[in-house]
Design a protein around this ligand. Structure first.
Ligand SMILES: *Cc1c(COP(=O)(O)O)cnc(C)c1O
Length: 408
């Protein structure tokens, strides 16, 4: 079955008593048991059951099962945010003294986690230009636990040679982790490209219109956990489920960044329309990128769907669409601000992949903690605008651009 049919026909973990056509929201913290023996078995895991919603909840489980189903993975875990998913993933595989090798183009908060929070805990992150495979190879040491990159970076819009990067990880027997937020399932098959663990901010495309903050970890079941010293003992017993088990019974439970059942219900609904929304948003994005290319005020346009993008071939090979984020450059910061202020349909806001088109000046907002010199190192500058294209009608989006450009 294709993507949306599969989403719509994912079976419930248990038959609903009333035949509800939508999985109910179990908005409760705790679950009761018939006997002391039953609750003992639930805690031991010998008779799996929901006991407390920080550890597991039926509505979250249904959402996780749907994701597992559509990704052909071995399991998925829902978190309170994308950053919750990311930090839990690192803590499950690393301890003090370990290293991660990461792309140097990252979502702002991920960069801060890697550059400040992890080093303070003794976990080193080496930042490398992931366009350069030799550099990745050279940076790997005996303490390296994983490679990490984003499938389409923003606002730089870089796309890497994912197949060969995952081959490097495989050769060195280290984990290949990708943040696939920009290219969720339906747009991209992370397992096919050799990514072992895929992390997404479900706040973005999955939520169905910026409804709630959340994140997921997907384990494609492709990594041999015996190769990670921290997990090797567990791996003898639990094989491919070592990482998911470590999360569920220790890291995820102890850190407490669980997805709420209300959020999971919104996401299950979001998944049902994700294909339709992605088709529309990505078609809009391409048309806007082409329009911007024709504007003389526009000094550069970054979108991998444009034939003159250096990532065009790679994007075509890897993804169904090259995303719905378009970045472009004007003459000055002032011109950027003037244009941003001139829009009437397009909203001034952070966030990505909402149903509404959102525009922002990254340098003065998302990256404002960093100096212009530091920003330059991560591929950000103050003449750049980021547009996350929504699902409005294209005629109205282009009209908004045209009237905005006329004002500056
Ligand atoms: C938004 C985002 C995150 C963080 O997700 P939150 O849900 O905001 O915590 C991580 N990576 C990428 C690529 C994102 O766009």
């Amino acid at each position: 079955m294709k993507f949306t049919s599969q989403v719509l026909s994912t079976p419930y973990p248990k038959k609903d008593m009333y035949g509800a056509l939508r999985f109910p929201t179990y908005g409760n913290a705790a679950f009761e048991f018939e006997t002391a023996e039953d609750i003992e078995a639930a805690f031991k895991g010998t008779k799996p059951a929901h006991a407390y919603s920080r550890s597991s909840n039926p509505s979250v489980e249904y959402f996780e099962k749907t994701i597992t189903n559509i990704t052909n993975s071995i399991g998925c875990l829902g978190f309170s945010s994308g950053m919750g998913a990311l930090s839990n993933c690192i803590f499950a595989i690393c301890k003090a003294g370990d290293e991660i090798i990461s792309s140097n183009k990252l979502f702002g908060t991920t960069f801060s986690l890697f550059n400040e929070t992890l080093p303070a805990l003794g976990i080193t992150v080496t930042f490398i230009d992931f366009n350069n495979l030799d550099e990745i190879n050279k940076a790997i040491t005996k303490n390296t636990k994983a490679l990490f990159f984003e499938t389409i970076t923003n606002p730089q819009i870089e796309i890497y040679d994912i197949k060969n990067i995952s081959a490097i990880a495989k050769k060195h027997e280290i984990l290949c982790i990708a943040d696939t937020t920009a290219t969720p399932p339906y747009m991209f098959d992370s397992k096919k490209q050799g990514i072992d663990v895929s992390i997404l901010s479900s706040t973005k495309f999955i939520s169905g219109g910026g409804t709630a903050v959340g994140g997921i970890i997907i384990d494609n079941g492709t990594y041999n956990w015996k190769n990670n010293k921290n997990l090797a003992n567990d791996a003898i017993k639990y094989g491919p489920f070592t990482f998911l088990r470590k999360l569920r019974l220790e890291i995820f439970r102890n850190l407490g960044a669980c997805m709420s059942p209300q959020t999971a219900t919104q996401y299950s609904l979001g998944l049902e329309t994700m294909e339709l929304r992605i088709d529309r948003a990505c078609s809009n994005a391409l048309q806007i990128a082409q329009y911007l290319e024709s504007k003389t005020k526009c000094k550069a346009v970054k979108y991998a769907g444009l034939k003159n993008s250096k990532y065009f071939e790679l994007a075509t090979e890897l993804f169904l669409y090259p995303g719905s984020v378009v970045c472009f450059e004007l003459e000055s910061k002032k011109e950027c601000f003037d244009l941003i202020n001139a829009f009437s349909l397009i909203r001034r806001a952070t966030n990505l992949h909402d149903n509404k088109s959102l525009i922002i000046h990254p340098s003065s907002t998302i990256y404002s903690d960093y100096t212009l010199e530091q920003q330059a190192l991560i591929g950000v500058n103050d003449t750049m605008i980021r547009l996350s294209v929504g699902i409005e009608n294209i005629e109205d989006l282009l009209f908004d651009f045209e009237q905005a450009f006329q004002k500056i």
